[in-house]
Design a binder for this molecule. Structure first.
Ligand SMILES: [Zn+2]
Ligand SMILES: [Zn+2]
Length: 329
């Protein structure tokens, strides 16, 4: 076995992993499942090779060295937050690691073992499958859930999801469960079909007249909530055009720059434009409760590979034909 390394230009190797030793306040976790994330794709495709450039930051497993950390025992099942606060500041005390000035990010978690700050682990009940645990403690559900605490959807509202990669599909699942009417936009027929299977009332080809289609499905009003999950300027422009008066536009796809007319896009229609990053560790119990109430988060996983077959997993994921892809030992 070993860990996943990027060799450049989409080449992936699984190499022997050096032995890890947890430092003070850290635990050692044996990885039982990890998930591929779209944010790995830049270093995956880049030339030259970036072996340690983030191959994996969503994982769950078993604590094999609690290292004297009082809250954990060897054998505990945990999910691990990729955003790990310092543990000592007021934001960390409030369970908001993403606001911590001393946060550390996870990487290299497609591996036999990982080292994590003890307070960045969350307990997985015995009946939560590993894959579900990865989604509940990582981006899979974390990103949709945290952003939904900001968009504050009401049952019956229409939500347009622009981009149906894993984060977009997670939003389709969550907002459907919360009683919203979801319209899903993507270029890929496969991902549009996945969105419909996860509850989207209709899906729209991203190459078609998207804004007109959304207005036709909303009696001309537009969608009360538009979620930009593609990280593309043209998609952000569509979201701003397709949102209903007094609606909310949420940016979830990372991107450096979009074109914006404050007068036309925001001011004259009372539009709220916002962003949201990852999730707050204090929200984990709420996400676990949603799972218990039947959210069906495991449906986001469309493929699972042994870690030794990581190259094939990445090839399929990069082709944009999957939902969430898991690697297991
Ligand atoms: Zn991620
Ligand atoms: Zn902190």
């Amino acid at each position: 076995m070993g860990w996943v390394r990027f060799l450049g230009n989409g080449q992936v190797a699984v190499e022997p992993q050096p032995e890890l030793r947890p430092g003070p306040g850290q635990v050692l976790v044996r990885v039982e499942a990890s998930a591929l994330c779209g944010s790995e794709m830049h270093s995956y495709r880049s030339a030259g090779g970036h072996p340690a450039a983030n191959p994996g930051h969503e994982a769950a497993g078993i604590i094999i060295d609690a290292n004297g950390c009082a809250q954990w025992c060897e054998g505990d099942r945990v999910g691990v937050s990729a955003v790990q606060g310092c543990g000592a500041c007021p934001e960390c005390a409030g369970g908001r690691y993403t606001y911590c000035a001393g946060l550390a990010g996870g990487s290299c978690w497609h591996a036999d073992t990982l080292v994590a700050r003890a307070h960045a682990c969350v307990k997985l009940p015995d009946d939560v499958p590993w894959g579900v645990g990865v989604l509940l403690s990582g981006d899979g559900l974390g990103v949709p859930y945290h952003s939904s605490r900001r968009t504050r959807p009401e049952p019956g509202e229409t939500v347009a999801v622009f981009g149906c990669g894993p984060v977009g599909l997670g939003n389709v699942l969550l907002y459907t469960f919360l009683g919203c009417r979801v319209l899903a936009v993507d270029l890929s027929p496969t991902r549009r079909r996945l969105a419909e299977e996860l509850g989207a009332e209709a899906s729209i080809d991203g190459a078609a007249a998207v804004v007109e289609a959304i207005r036709a499905l909303t009696s001309g009003r537009g969608a009360e909530i538009c979620l930009e999950c593609a990280g593309r300027p043209e998609t952000a422009a569509l979201a701003l055009q397709a949102v209903a008066t007094a609606g909310r536009v949420m940016c979830l796809g990372e991107q450096p720059r979009i074109e914006l007319s404050p007068s036309a896009d925001l001011i004259r229609r009372d539009i709220t434009l916002m962003g949201s990053w990852y999730y707050h560790i204090r929200e984990y119990p709420e996400m676990l409760a949603l799972h218990r109430r039947g959210l069906g988060v495991g449906k986001l996983i469309t493929h699972q590979f042994p870690r030794a077959q990581a190259a094939e997993a990445y090839r399929l994921f990069a082709a944009g034909e999957t939902g969430k892809v898991l690697l297991v030992p």
